[in-house]
Design a protein around this ligand. Structure first.
Ligand SMILES: [Cu+2]
Length: 509
């Protein structure tokens, strides 16, 4: 191990890992056993190579370098020692065209293994940045990810190891289609986050607190937040959300950020009145769904998780962790807060759109649009060009279980270290049904594919790779098995995932 100076975050993490070994807690460790059908076989490797050859290629290469490490970040007058890419939160934008080779060198300056997962991109499986398909990068080591994206869209990247994303390791990734006409004049990339690292209880300590709630500490059986006095600050304390059908989350955070800034010191996006602005919203939080609205404006939603939908006007939008929405607004004249209300948590993140003179409302201001027409997954329909066939050859099931008290989140009755993978064959059309048997909502994310949501009446919904599944809700999605490999299927609540709410979808030939 290098003599790198220890930070509070790394100390905490080390202490936590050591304590968990001593305590024998059933954690999802970094070195995971390889589920059956991992892409170690020559035939799987050939299939991955063939799938890459079939993707569009421009012959151009876009290079970037990501340096995850300890960083002192200014959140807007509040400083946080945390983990970040290239000393900034969010990390630097990575942007390429469809078919470009994207070559990203990652120099791991952390004191533990890391990876970079390219969330939402239908890339080659061995570059996905998640075990077991692609190995983690050891401390002090480098790795170059090389891949291309067959589809344009708004994506992002983050580690697929431990709680690192919650420490501030995330970057936006935009894939452009040169053939797409730019029906907008300006573009604003907006990354939402819940923040505690360096200013409150560390993510690893919060996770430890959540896991230990079941083992005493004066807590009692019942609903989270009711009659429970968790010892760890930040754990519990989230109230109900109508949109989410239950508690908003498991954790109350000291701050909620837009593009790395607290509400009292927001970033400002400057534009001209009348300009059409494409806003790319990305929820990088660990445990927070946001309801987003731009004061004084309606938003026309154009894309869900990178894929086009029939343009639909809303006043506000709900984004779970890992979800992205693209909207277009026509800028009015003045100063307008873009507000992301943390569902069930009585707090906001915000940024400002400035197109002219005007006063800035105070940091807690909630625009009336937040309680207007709120777009959710049920509101949108994919454009005909990107709809998937309605026929199906195989039905896959993902039953979500677990309780807040036990903090034992699972898929199909098993935590990840005992999971039985779902299996599919190359070329198959499938349905995947999520059955949520818990009292919490879960943003379910599938790697390497963008499925199509089936609405309750059977009609087509939007294309998505991350889907909010509400308490006791059943939702079916369709997918086409066109990207061979071993793909993670998991809850994008960072704490639920760490507790084991993850399985894999394995191609078997
Ligand atoms: Cu979950």
């Amino acid at each position: 191990m290098s003599p790198r100076p220890l930070t509070p975050a790394t100390l905490t993490r080390r202490g936590f890992l050591a304590a968990s070994v001593l305590g024998g807690a059933a954690l999802v460790a970094c070195s995971r056993s390889t589920p059956a059908g991992a892409p170690s076989s020559p035939s799987m490797s050939d299939a991955i190579t063939a799938a890459e050859a079939a993707r569009p290629h421009t012959g151009k290469t876009v290079t970037a370098r990501l340096m995850p490490g300890t960083a002192d970040i200014d959140l807007g007058g509040t400083k946080a020692r945390t983990l970040a890419y290239n000393n900034q939160v969010p990390g630097p934008l990575i942007r390429a065209n469809v078919g470009d080779e994207i070559a990203v060198t990652v120099d791991n300056g952390l004191d533990h293994p890391t990876s970079v997962h390219w969330h939402g991109i239908a890339l080659r499986n061995d570059m996905d940045g998640a075990e077991p398909a692609s190995r983690t990068i050891g401390p002090g080591s480098s790795f170059k990810y090389r891949f291309s994206s067959p589809y344009p869209g708004t994506y992002w990247a983050h580690p697929h190891a431990g709680m690192d994303t919650d420490y501030g390791l995330y970057v936006p990734v935009i894939i452009d289609d040169p053939a797409e006409p730019g029906r907008y004049d300006a573009e604003w990339i907006v990354m939402l986050d819940d923040w505690t690292s360096g200013v409150g209880t560390s993510p690893d300590e919060i996770y430890k607190g959540l896991r230990s709630m079941s083992s005493g500490g004066g807590s009692m059986p019942g609903m989270p937040g009711m009659g429970q006095m968790p010892a760890t600050p930040g754990v519990g304390g989230a109230g109900p959300s109508d949109l989410l059908g239950g508690d908003g989350g498991d954790v109350s955070y000291p701050y909620y950020l837009i593009n790395g800034r607290i509400p009292a010191a927001p970033t400002t996006f400057n534009a001209k009145p009348g300009q059409r602005i494409r806003i790319r919203l990305i929820n990088a939080a660990a445990d927070t769904a946001f309801r987003v609205a731009l004061a004084g404006h309606r938003m026309t939603v154009t894309h869900t998780d990178g894929f086009p939908v029939m343009p639909t006007d809303v006043d506000a939008l709900l984004l779970g962790m890992g979800e992205r929405y693209d909207v277009v607004v026509t800028a009015a004249s003045g100063v307008f807060p873009l507000v992301a209300a943390a569902e069930g948590k009585n707090a906001v993140a915000r940024a400002l759109l400035t197109t002219g003179a005007g006063s800035t409302p105070d940091a807690a201001f909630r625009p009336p649009e937040l309680t207007g027409r709120v777009g959710t997954v049920d509101t949108f329909v994919a454009t005909p060009q990107v709809q998937l066939a309605t026929s199906s050859e195989i039905d896959l099931q993902a039953r979500l279980s677990g309780t807040m008290m036990q903090y034992d989140w699972m898929i199909n009755g098993r935590p990840f270290d005992h999971t039985v993978p779902l299996t599919i064959r190359q070329g198959q059309r499938a349905t995947l049904t999520f059955t949520n048997a818990t009292m919490m909502w879960h943003p379910m994310h599938l790697h390497g594919h963008t499925f199509q949501v089936v609405k309750p009446d059977g009609s087509p919904g939007p294309r998505k790779d991350t889907l909010i599944v509400k308490p006791m809700q059943t939702v079916t999605v369709r997918l086409l098995a066109d990207n061979p490999g071993v793909w993670m299927l998991h809850c994008h609540n960072g704490y639920h995932m760490e507790a084991g709410m993850m399985t894999t979808l394995n191609y078997t030939g």
